[in-house]
Design a protein around this ligand. Sequence first.
Ligand code: ZN
Length: 207
Amino acid sequence: LQDAVLRLRASRLPSVSPEIERLIDLLAKVPGLGRRSAQRAALALLKKRDGLMLPLAQALNEAAEKVKACSTCGALDTLDPCAICASTTRDPKIICVVADMGDVWALERASVFRGKYHVLGGVLSALDGVRPEDLRVGKLVERAAHPEVREIIIALNATVDGQTTAHYLTERLQVSDVSVVRLAHGLPVSGELELLVDGTLLAALSS
Ligand code: ZN
């Protein structure tokens, strides 16, 4: 019975207007929100029209219009080159390769890395059909060939796909005159870089 009640609560609401239903459908696609949370979020938005819904709609519009991937490193920013690529206080000799923008945020939160980044845009995956040409690999090889760059740190998750990608990148970067280091050693298996506590990141990076 409890299962049936839960299923009922999570299911579509009868007699709800298509506009509200569409709002719930879209919110339910946000990672971390299930259908029930999406219903709660939609209700909160509708109740707080001026204080929440309209500012959120405006913020979404502005982000959609202004935020783009940096043409050098792939990080999300309103500037191109992004603030990190353009920074003169960060060490251009070291590039840290990560899968996703969330990993950049995790490393920046921990303040353990002062070089530049390269955001791949995912990892290779046979299951999900992600091939090297779907990721920012060519641009990384190009950046690695720049005489200024001395070291590439590959900071991918210790998952099978993450390690396959790290191996592939190590091979691809053999041609250039840089040392390639893999951060993944010592990271917990199936550990997501983004979820690691700052101390673990620090230990992994300094090793
Ligand atoms: Zn950049």
